[in-house]
Design a protein around this ligand. Structure first.
Ligand SMILES: Nc1ncnc2c1ncn2[C@@H]1O[C@H](COP(=O)(O)OS(=O)(=O)O)[C@@H](OP(=O)(O)O)[C@H]1O
Length: 390
């Protein structure tokens, strides 16, 4: 009898340990599955959530492109691909190892959504993978200038680490506080430059003072493009989301019934953003010209390596991203990133970048060109650079 009880207990014990093992295995499996599924998102989730709020500067398209390209940046990144700080990782493929590191990093505070910001800000921002710093350089504009191309080209550089999505801190989410902002940043090692891009900063009245309140030594990069083409590009983006949009002309020109027929409507953001001299003026009240770098959007397409050389000098990092990283993709009509050594595929920006523009009547474009001329000349004078738009 006693032995039967013993055997029942023994069997029950065995069953219990089997169930425990099963549950542990299940948990491990679920963790691995979750981790692998999560790898497709290379950006802080919280940031993406923020991105989806709709505004004039909606960047949903930009986000898609970023997801595709972020993989390139990782694989092409010799320093970031270091796997030696996690035991065992060196025995798996570098790509997988980096995914594990990336995932571990994503589990840390930058994953916080807006509501979590306060409690997260109390967490230490330093660990063995580096620390989160405020960006030393920001691509502040301009919308549709080529900002995504510039950021993705820069992310190939081992000394640049950037937030993939646009944080919109200095325009939309300033009330979240600086610690919230810092937590969005990727961790950087000594000597690496932290960056972000949010093109709407350039036209946000409060942004210059706010950026300066964070750090007046922040390097500011502005990618500028012929304001007429930029306006059409902006319109094309809005049209792609709202096919019922009125024609470009009806938005760009006020009704001919007024005393000044066909006056340009500067209250339309697609027109207003192109008044570069005006926007720069408000930035120059807080930053000296030496803190700015103006990148020609046209040159970034015609000679990406040349433009990247100047940007790397401005950032004070070695000229690493150059000719060998680019090829001209005939189908896309734009430069793309070559296949990184050893793995991956060549990468072009997504289909929302470099898309065909609708045909705008030439007289309308000419009117806009005439309108922008004095503003362009003023901008050339202020920036000390002639962009040749006229
Ligand atoms: N290499 C490469 N590939 C594709 N597209 C390129 C590239 N370099 C610059 N561009 C131009 O970038 C324009 C989009 O600008 P942004 O990235 O600043 O747009 S956004 O403000 O972030 O939405 C985009 O505008 P559109 O041509 O109107 O689509 C492109 O002209």
């Amino acid at each position: 009898m006693g032995c039967r009880v013993c055997s029942i207990r023994l069997n029950f014990g065995k069953a219990l340990s089997k169930v425990s093992v099963f549950f542990i295995m299940l948990l491990v499996f679920m963790y691995l599955f979750y981790s692998l599924a999560g790898f497709s998102h290379s950006f802080p989730k919280g940031t993406f959530d923020l991105q989806t709020s709709v505004s004039e500067y909606d960047v949903g398209d930009d986000f898609q492109d970023n997801v595709r390209l972020s993989e390139y940046s990782r694989v092409a990144h010799p320093i970031r691909n270091r796997t030696d700080f996690i035991p065992g990782l060196s025995s798996v493929s570098p790509k997988f190892a980096w995914q594990v590191i990336g995932h571990l990093q994503q589990q840390m505070p930058e994953r916080a959504g807006a509501g979590e910001a306060v409690s997260r800000s109390a967490m230490p921002v330093s660990n063995s993978f580096g620390s989160k710093k405020f960006p030393q350089a920001i691509i502040i504009g301009v919308k549709k200038g080529g900002t995504r191309a510039l950021l993705e080209f820069l992310r190939v550089h081992p000394d640049v680490r950037a937030v993939g999505a646009e944080p919109h801190f200095f325009d939309r989410f300033y009330d979240k506080g600086l610690e919230w902002y810092r937590n969005l940043m990727p961790r950087t090692l000594e000597g690496q430059v932290t960056m972000e891009k949010t093109p709407s900063y350039f036209v946000t009245k409060e942004a210059p003072l706010r950026v300066c309140a964070m750090n007046c030594d922040t390097k500011l990069i502005v990618v500028v493009r012929d304001p007429v083409t930029r306006a059409v590009s902006d319109y094309t983006q809005t049209l792609s989301k709202n096919p019922g949009l009125p024609s470009f002309q009806s938005l760009a020109f006020r009704n001919a019934s007024s005393s000044s027929p066909d006056a340009i409507d500067t209250s339309w953001s697609a027109v207003r953003i192109g008044l570069y001299a005006q926007h720069l003026e408000s930035w120059l009240r807080h930053f000296p010209l030496s803190r700015f770098m103006f990148v020609s959007g046209e040159q970034l397409v015609a000679d990406p390596a040349g433009e990247m050389g100047r940007v790397q000098d401005f950032l004070g990092i070695k000229r690493i991203v150059g000719d060998k990283h680019f090829y001209f993709n005939q189908t896309k009509g734009f430069p793309c990133l070559k296949k990184p050594e050893g793995s991956g595929r060549p990468r072009c920006l997504g289909k929302s970048k470099g898309r065909p523009h609708p045909l705008i009547p030439p007289e309308a474009l000419q009117k806009l060109r005439d309108f922008y001329r004095p503003f362009n000349l003023k901008f050339y004078h202020m920036s000390g650079q002639d962009f040749g738009w006229d």
